[in-house]
Write a protein that binds this ligand. Structure first.
Ligand code: MN
Length: 130
């Protein structure tokens, strides 16, 4: 069973995304802030991180850069989730090291397709193609 870490501060969104992932057969760990997510990612084996970008305290882009800077988590796929749907934001998100991007409100089929794509080891889209 693939292990997915869900980092999302909004309880409603966390429950929604967690339920979608669990129903799809993934083992889900949930945290409501980036610092706990980073600590968990360094301590436990994971296959994917679903990272909300807008978080109180350490934001999702900073957390992504920190995970990319650590040898333990450098290769861990990260799927960004954000309310920011603007083109410039997507470029910024991919440049921070995220491997994919889905905008809220979440379309669950697209979300699960992105999760499956990253778990299959697909290459990150290049920022200039975003
Ligand atoms: Mn948030």
């Amino acid at each position: 069973m693939k292990r997915v870490l869900l980092v999302e501060d909004n309880a409603t969104n966390r429950k929604l995304l967690g339920d979608i992932l669990r129903r799809a057969g993934y083992a889900v760990r949930e945290v409501d802030n980036a610092d706990d997510g980073i600590a968990l990612a360094l301590a436990e084996p994971l296959d994917l991180v679903v990272m909300d970008i807008q978080l109180p305290g350490t934001d999702g882009l900073t957390a992504t850069r920190l995970l990319r800077a650590d040898a333990t988590t450098r290769g861990l796929p990260i799927l960004a989730v954000t309310a920011h749907a603007m083109r410039g934001d997507e470029k910024r998100i991919l440049e921070a090291g995220c491997d994919g991007y889905v905008a809220k409100p979440i379309a669950y089929k697209e979300f699960l397709a992105q999760v499956a794509r990253l778990l299959a080891g697909a290459a990150a889209p290049r920022p200039e193609d975003a």
